[in-house]
Design a protein around this ligand. Structure first.
Ligand code: MN
Length: 257
């Protein structure tokens, strides 16, 4: 029986995680491992210098679910390395459905995508899912249907080693989504703003905030463009981050000192 491992970065109680787990369970066995707390924008972090705990939790719908005090990547690593007793062999890792899109440079921050990096490093096919809605009352029903479509394709076709799929879903009802587009990473535009405040003792502290990021919506073929146009964006991602166009250029530099 197909066994799918579901992780996320919004936390074990996030509605997007449950929606993805229920979608995954239509293919066979589903096991959920999520962080106890929201770990959004926490990136690919492996916890090495403190112990980690895994607890069985009830998230409803008779789902097999566990929470950990580690990062999203730790959740995947713990499950694959045997922290959950008698867990069958995992066939596929899915992460999400994230509250908010993960496009362009977001991939370097995203805990949702980091969980799939961990799966990919462990040589498992992995898919990240994110919904382009940052609000707490987002509706994940269309995204869950999209996830079923993509999971079916990955189970049928597989993925080459050291690659994964990053899927972003527009915030639309399923019948209003225009279709699927295979895309490349686009450009995010961040609107970060540093808030400087004072603690009760008069010492300054800082809070990184600002408006939700926008993006270069006019560049056709990118993730940012596709989601803006109302398409599901499916971006093939590779862990090899080599800038091939720079190899010959840097090779011409004088490293003789
Ligand atoms: Mn998140």
């Amino acid at each position: 029986m197909t066994h799918i491992l579901i992780a996320n970065d919004d936390g074990i109680l996030a509605p997007g995680l449950r929606a993805l787990a229920l979608a995954a369970r239509t293919f066979g066995k589903a096991t959920v491992v999520g962080p106890e707390e929201n770990q959004s924008a926490n990136g690919h972090r492996k916890t090495l210098f403190r112990p980690l705990r895994v607890n069985k939790v009830d998230i409803g719908d008779d789902l097999d679910a566990y929470s950990t005090d580690g990062s999203p990547a730790d959740c995947v690593a713990l499950a694959l390395m045997g922290a959950i007793p008698s867990l069958p062999k995992v066939d596929l890792i899915v992460s999400g459905i994230n509250r908010g899109a993960n496009m362009g440079q977001d991939l370097t921050y995203s805990g949702t995508v980091a969980a799939t990096f961990e799966g990919t490093i462990s040589r498992k096919p992995s898919i990240a899912f994110s919904l382009d809605n940052h609000t707490l009352n987002a509706d994940y029903s269309a995204s869950a249907k999209v996830a079923e479509v993509v999971i079916k394709q990955v189970l049928q076709n597989g993925l080459p080693p050291m690659t994964l799929l990053n899927v972003n879903i527009p915030n639309l009802p399923f019948d209003q989504i225009k279709g699927f587009r295979v895309t490349r990473q686009g450009m995010r535009i961040y609107n970060d703003r540093l808030d400087t405040r004072s603690d009760p003792y008069g010492r300054p502290y800082f809070w990184i905030g600002g408006a939700v990021p926008t993006g270069e919506i006019s560049t056709e073929g990118t993730d940012v463009w596709a989601v803006h146009q109302g398409y599901v964006s499916v971006t093939p991602i590779q862990l090899d981050m080599t800038a091939h166009r720079l190899i010959d250029i840097v090779a011409e530099w004088d490293f003789s000192g």
